[in-house]
Design a protein around this ligand. Structure first.
Ligand SMILES: CC(C)(COP(=O)(O)OP(=O)(O)OC[C@H]1O[C@@H](n2cnc3c(N)ncnc32)[C@H](O)[C@@H]1OP(=O)(O)O)[C@@H](O)C(=O)NCCC(=O)NCCS
Length: 463
């Protein structure tokens, strides 16, 4: 944002009436791009206001000098009315403290064994990282994204812990697990516009301290707060498939199976486990994004396709593939739109024949949305057709959920692009990553069937 423009007071601002403005008032292409961008993020700003996001990150973010950039992005989110809980780790700092004190690290079952000396290092490390974060949040330097940001941060004894105990004969001593999160006190702080900062330490009701994992604290906090999102900033790009490509979206079911399969190893597996835990506990979305990419938090939240992996808790009963029993429900949905010319007419026979192509959204046994994917495997392209949401259910994001499902189905079939033909819904698709294309871009078989009288626009999206 141009800070100088921002400082012009209303009475100093030029008072030219809009109609009298010369043609030069048209924005140049850079400005137009900015305005388009700003408008494109507006729906997210509306949607995220008053939502609660839990953001977990390892001590590596601090260690590698990336803290200030992250804190600026968090400050921006807070200014938009998002309630933020930050959960930090401190692994590299604990290692540092332990080597300073000449204490050896010991691990078992993928966890640190925290004896009394290791606990002292863990406390010192967590204290150091917490202070660094509080300092970064408190700075309001002019000419930085933190200018004019007056943000309060609160940390406290919000986490009750219990010992891991003895596993297979190994005593984990002061290594603990979250027993309870004081959600009420955290909510109270969030409601008074404070950022809540949680450290990977917890205390038992007897006052004993325990060394916890950042991921455990973050997922337990997200569940207890009924957060809208949990976001882990990770050292990997997100979840990668066998060919090393980023998996952009997974349903909770898919993430659960992948987590169970043991195919994902190392830190990514730990993040995935806690993302699945949070979603199963009722958090609708979990994101794994790379901390090394500058602005990854903003890119993930405000770009339609994001930059990491998003795991969504879907009510699996509500969004599913169609069965022959759904033909009647689909016809009821699309017939009014066929009659008014929004959709091309398809008879019952055609829907019955193509039922495997459809995905539907159902609530209490009633269909209120559908869409179909017609693949052209040779050209690695698919057509999304019949996208419909019942009029009284529109505007709640279900059109978008169906689009995502069709994109998932297309990717699973190895398609690289999808297209739609539309006469009235151009802007809805453009806003969701489709670009204008021409009839010549259609697969040959589809091009031959194109109805030149209908003059539908061709919109294409790269997957
Ligand atoms: C297009 C359609 C599927 C969207 O479903 P939905 O569940 O309402 O969509 P979402 O909730 O994900 O998005 C709602 C947003 O899309 C906008 N929108 C709805 N119809 C639109 C249209 N024809 N053109 C541009 N934007 C549209 C809404 O105004 C709303 O905007 P907002 O978030 O800024 O308030 C639904 O409106 C519909 O069934 N329309 C009639 C059938 C149709 O046109 N299908 C496409 C055939 S190619």
């Amino acid at each position: 944002m141009n800070a100088q423009t921002d400082l012009v007071s209303p009475q100093d601002a030029p008072q030219e009436p809009l109609a009298n403005r010369p043609a030069a008032a048209q924005p140049d292409s850079d400005h137009a791009q900015f305005v388009d961008w700003m408008r494109s993020v507006a729906p997210y700003i509306h949607a995220f206001r008053n939502k609660t996001f839990v953001v977990g990150f390892g001590g590596e973010v601090v260690h590698q000098g990336l803290l200030n950039a992250l804190v600026s992005d968090v400050a921006l989110l807070q200014a938009m009315g998002i309630q933020i809980v930050l959960v930090h780790g401190s692994r590299p700092q604990v290692e540092e403290q332990m080597s300073l004190h000449g204490v050896n690290s010991e691990f078992s079952h993928g966890m640190r064994i925290t004896d009394a000396r290791a606990l002292e290092s863990a406390k010192e490390a967590a204290g150091e990282v917490r202070l660094d974060i509080e300092a970064a949040i408190s700075q309001g330097l002019p000419n930085t994204p933190m200018a004019h940001a007056h943000i309060s941060v609160v940390s406290g004894n919000f986490v009750t812990a219990r010992p891991v105990g003895i596993l297979d004969g190994v005593d984990f001593a002061h290594t603990g697990l979250v027993r309870k999160i004081d959600a009420e006190s955290i909510r109270h702080s969030l409601a008074s516009r404070k950022i809540v900062l949680l450290s990977p330490l917890g205390f038992s009701p007897t006052g004993e301290a325990f060394n916890l994992s950042m991921e455990d604290v973050a997922s337990a906090a997200a569940i207890a707060l009924r957060a809208d999102k949990i976001i882990f900033l990770t050292e990997t790009a997100g979840i990668l498939d066998e060919s090393g490509d980023l998996v952009r979206e997974m349903s909770l079911d898919e993430a659960y199976r992948l987590n169970d399969s043991g195919e994902i190893k190392g830190d990514a597996a730990f993040y995935l486990k806690h993302a699945v835990r949070a979603c199963r506990g009722g958090v609708p979305r979990a994101h794994l994004i790379p901390y090394s990419l500058d602005g990854s938090l903003l890119l993930e939240l405000f770009l339609h396709d994001g930059v990491g992996t998003m795991i969504s808790y879907e009510n699996l009963e509500s969004l599913r593939e169609a069965t022959p029993d759904d033909v009647g429900g689909i016809l009821t949905l699309i017939e009014p739109l066929e009659s008014d010319g929004t959709l091309v007419k398809r008879g019952r026979h055609q829907i019955e024949r193509d039922i495997d192509h459809f995905s539907v959204i159902e609530h209490d046994g009633v269909l209120f949305g559908c869409a179909a994917l017609y693949p052209y495997p040779q050209e690695r392209i698919g057509e999304m057709a019949c996208l419909t949401i019942a009029p009284d259910a529109q505007g709640q994001g279900d059109g978008e959920r169906l689009l995502k499902r069709i994109e998932q189905r297309a990717r699973a079939r190895g398609l690289t692009r999808i297209f739609v033909l539309t006469t009235r819904t151009e802007h809805w698709f453009l806003k969701r990553g489709f670009m204008k294309a021409s009839v010549d871009d259609l697969p040959e078989d589809r091009r031959r069937l194109y109805n030149w009288q209908r003059k539908s626009l061709v919109l294409m999206k790269q997957l």
